[in-house]
Design a protein around this ligand. Sequence first.
Ligand SMILES: C[S@@+](CC[C@H](N)C(=O)[O-])C[C@H]1O[C@@H](n2cnc3c(N)ncnc32)[C@H](O)[C@@H]1O
Length: 216
Amino acid sequence: MQDLTIPDLLLVGRGEALRTALKVVHNETNASPVIVEIGVLRDPSGWREPPENPVIPNHLQGAARSDGWSSLLWAWYATEHPKAKVQLVDIQQGCIDVCSTILHEQLAVFELPENITLVCNDAVAFFLELPPCKIDLLYLDGGDEPTQMMDHFTSASTLNFLQPGSRLLLDDIPADPNRGKGTILVPHLRESKDWILELDDTDHCQMLWKRVDIDA
Ligand SMILES: C[S@@+](CC[C@H](N)C(=O)[O-])C[C@H]1O[C@@H](n2cnc3c(N)ncnc32)[C@H](O)[C@@H]1O
């Protein structure tokens, strides 16, 4: 399996956890991962260059840097690897529309390939409707309520989409355990024998967890 080389433009968003997660599932699935993202690219401001607003730190200017524009990373991967399957889910049609526009522009395609699906739905409803499969990489970046991140995880887990080897990437997880979207889910994962923390990138507000096989 060849190492995954990610274009420079896709290296700016968030920290390394996004890219690490993608490289891991790329290698472990022979370039055919199922990737599900909850909460899509919703802000078109892109890679705004400093010093547009000198008060805002450089790395926070433009949504490609601040939000991460993660959807573009997964979608780029799917265009390069036809056996991959990427599902991008958001509860707001307006966000789905922004995401779709940016993906078409940035990937320079007239139509997105069939292995990329944009779904307007609540995450829990999405999981209830999803046919049985193993999700190799689940990225949870939905609403700000910690109960929501827990609910989305619980739905995916209970419905058996998260299996040994699955990766769970969480966004908005700062170093302070009392802040961010993961204040309920992260303690749960730490207590669980099923999950190990693979990468702690709380400097960039992300954590990557791996589901282990406790019977192995
Ligand atoms: C922080 S943004 C996602 C940013 C995106 N991942 C990026 O890198 O640019 C959060 C998104 O989650 C969506 N969202 C909130 N609650 C949701 C839910 N229950 N199900 C699905 N999406 C939800 C919001 O509409 C919003 O677009």
